[in-house]
Design a protein around this ligand. Structure first.
Ligand SMILES: Nc1nc2c(ncn2[C@@H]2O[C@H](COP(=O)(O)OP(=O)(O)OP(=O)(O)O)[C@@H](O)[C@H]2O)c(=O)[nH]1
Ligand SMILES: [Mg+2]
Length: 257
């Protein structure tokens, strides 16, 4: 039986956070880490009140809006230090359905290292509430990144996913510097390139009903350049040679195993 940690990054999610917390807590025997970036709407206070009533809820307060990528990296390190063995990324705006959690955990228990909740599995489109422009941006962005990187995934930008502990020990977290969609692409790429098992499970993504999106042009621009940056880096390292980091991490794992 795994020990999962659900990581919930929050920035201005006072309306939806209580709903997400309630649903996650009734779902699985998972602990929760809320990472709030000093949201002006008082989200952190809501999280702290929950944490004081329920030991399964934990809160990390950061001084200002530092980005989604660094929030997840901080959450991974927090959980690794405390012995969790499964790490779930989930938005706090109810776009990701907590009822799907058991399917992610199942795949991790069966040996997957990264499980991605896909909105586009087997050619379908499982998105509720997006306009045509947003849908095209997401679908095209996915095709663009996976084709450049040569990865057979249907939804590389999805932010609903689970990592095994092994995955986070293999991937050199200190070298991940991207945010937003680029962060999701980069993490999936490193997992795949390290030879870890990457699987997809179908999900239905529902557009947020309250609060506002933190997506902006900078996030899109970063995701446009990232696949080329990763390709260039891989070419200069020699694509088929495992990175020094992988060898180093392997040694570390063997030493512990
Ligand atoms: N801690 C922290 N959380 C963030 C930051 N940016 C976004 N988030 C959270 O990350 C999750 C995803 O962000 P969203 O704004 O929903 O991004 P999105 O899902 O791509 O956009 P929408 O579909 O329009 O909602 C939400 O729970 C946000 O509150 C940040 O800088 N810091
Ligand atoms: Mg969202």
């Amino acid at each position: 039986m795994s020990r999962p940690l659900v990581i919930l990054p929050t920035y201005m999610e006072k309306d939806t956070l209580p709903v997400v917390l309630t649903k996650v807590l009734t779902q699985e025997n998972a602990d929760i880490l809320v990472i709030d970036d000093n949201s002006p709407d008082g989200t952190a206070q809501i999280a702290s009140d929950w944490a004081s009533r329920d030991p399964r809820v934990n809160v990390m307060n950061r001084p200002g809006k530092l980005g989604l990528g660094t929030a997840y990296l901080a959450g991974f390190l927090w959980g690794l230090e405390r012995g969790y063995d499964c790490f779930i990324e989930m938005d706090s705006d109810m776009s990701h359905n907590p009822l799907d959690l058991p399917r992610f955990l199942d795949e991790i228990e069966k040996g997957a290292d990264l499980v991605i909740g896909s909105r586009y599995i087997r050619g379908t489109i499982s998105v509720v509430g997006w306009d045509f422009r947003r849908l095209i941006l997401s679908k095209f962005g996915n095709l663009y990144a996976t084709k450049i990187l040569g990865m057979g995934l249907s939804d590389i930008t999805s932010g609903y996913r689970a990592f095994s502990r092994r995955a986070l020990e293999y991937i050199e977290l200190g070298k991940i510097h991207s945010e937003g969609y680029a962060f999701q692409i980069e993490m999936a790429y490193h997992a795949w390139r390290s030879g870890l098992t990457v699987r997809e499970v179908p999900i239905i993504f529902t557009e947020r009903a309250s609060g506002c999106s933190k997506m902006n042009k900078q996030i899109v621009r970063e995701a446009v350049w990232l696949p080329w940056r990763l390709k260039l880096k891989a070419a200069s390292n020699g694509f088929f040679r495992p990175s020094k980091g992988l060898q180093k991490n392997k040694k570390h794992l063997e030493g512990n195993g």
